[in-house]
Design a protein. Structure first.
Length: 313
């Protein structure tokens, strides 16, 4: 179970969470028995300047240690992760310290299918630095099967411990989840790699699709507190843990966090399912179009937005 509240939620507020908010999520993950917390991105300062983005877009060691101290997974039972994007967003050769010098345990490498060559370099580099690694292939709903097969063939030969099905557009239905999870598992058979799922909630199917993936053998699962995440948000952690009924996980600390920390965030920015996100999900379009529409017009003329998206393909 991986919590990506701060990392994915940071796309709604330019990663400008306070230290207290990040610490609250961190302490809740420990208290509730969650396995991993993704504390933010490892994006470069050049591409994402500090004048515009908060510290959780860069996850510099000084900022992380200010919140989590000398964190170790042996002491807390929680492993910390950060996401490194391919495509020029991350200066991964210079900005990622050896694991022995960092509070991070895992680097999650995210790429689009056409960026797989750089992503493989990144995974190998981070593995050599001593990190656990994952390969997150984004916007998989837009990739043709033959290209997915090729990407998975390449992924087989990387040291990534997990390859994640990422529904960036929140556009997948159950039948597609079935197809993809089975495809990933078959392609990675015999490698010891796990298959993960990262679902967005544009069609209000993130929870259902996550359950379906678990049933089919996904054992690396992403969720966020109260679904906090880009646009329509993610699979809500509190709903998922309630469904799993695994005594390892504790729900009460999460409810306390939602009440005291997450719900007040709704006064500053919004997330979660709405009609514009439904439209982009149904059309398998990037949610940034709905985000821009909601910010620019207050999301009033949803019919006009629908027609515009339909006409622009």
């Amino acid at each position: 179970m991986l919590d990506c509240t701060i990392r994915d939620g940071g796309l709604m507020n330019n990663s400008r969470f306070s230290d207290e908010e990040v610490r609250a999520v961190y302490e809740t993950c420990i208290a509730s028995g969650i396995d991993y917390m993704e504390i933010g991105y490892k994006n470069s300062l050049e591409a994402f300047p500090e004048s515009e983005f908060g510290p959780w877009r860069h996850c510099q060691e000084k900022d992380m240690r200010r919140v989590v101290g000398d964190h170790t997974s042996e002491r807390t039972g929680l492993k910390l992760a950060a996401m490194a994007d391919a495509g020029g967003k991350c200066d991964w050769r210079n900005d990622i310290l050896p694991a022995s010098e960092s509070v991070l345990d895992m680097i999650r490498v995210a790429c689009y299918a056409h960026q797989i060559s750089e992503a493989v370099e990144m995974v190998r580099h981070c593995h050599e630095l001593g990190y656990e690694t994952t390969l997150n292939i984004m916007a998989i709903s837009t990739v043709h099967d033959v290209e997915i097969d090729r990407v998975l063939e390449i992924a087989r030969d990387t040291p990534a411990g997990t390859v994640v099905v990422v529904d960036s557009n929140g556009a997948l239905y159950r039948e597609q989840i079935d197809h993809l999870v089975k495809k990933y598992r078959k392609a990675l058979e015999g490698t010891g790699k796990d298959v993960g799922i990262h679902a967005h909630n544009n069609l209000q199917l993130a929870f259902a699709n996550t359950i379906e993936a678990i049933i089919l053998g996904c054992n690396r699962v992403d969720a966020t507190m109260m679904g906090l995440g880009r646009g329509a948000g993610n699979c809500p952690m509190e709903i998922l843990l309630s469904f799993l009924r695994n005594p390892k996980f504790k729900l009460r600390p999460i409810l306390k966090l939602i009440q005291e920390t997450i719900m007040p965030m709704q006064q500053r920015f919004t997330w979660g399912p709405n009609i514009p996100y439904l439209i982009t999900g149904a059309l398998n379009a990037h949610p940034r179009f709905a985000m821009e529409f909601c910010e620019g017009s207050g999301g009033v003329d949803i019919v006009e937005f629908h027609d515009k998206m339909l006409n622009e393909g």
